[in-house]
Design a protein around this ligand. Structure first.
Ligand SMILES: [Zn+2]
Length: 64
């Protein structure tokens, strides 16, 4: 887990809970961001960038 993200396993973003750091990758804007494996409360897991997790429109996998 990268220090600068301030994110750690178990941290919650809406219904998502962070499982682990996955990888760093460039977004469509060319910004390199950490991507995290997260699990929704419904059991769905996914890899999302920190930016997506912090946005208001991605607070679950779509189940709520
Ligand atoms: Zn869900």
């Amino acid at each position: 887990m990268e220090e600068k993200t301030g994110v750690f396993p178990g941290k919650k973003f809406g219904r998502w809970t962070v499982i682990e750091f996955a990888y760093s990758a460039a977004t469509e804007e060319g910004q390199v961001l950490p991507h995290l494996r997260v699990a929704c409360e419904c059991g769905t897991s996914k890899i999302l960038s920190i930016k997506v997790l912090r946005s208001d429109d991605m607070q679950s996998c779509g189940c709520s």
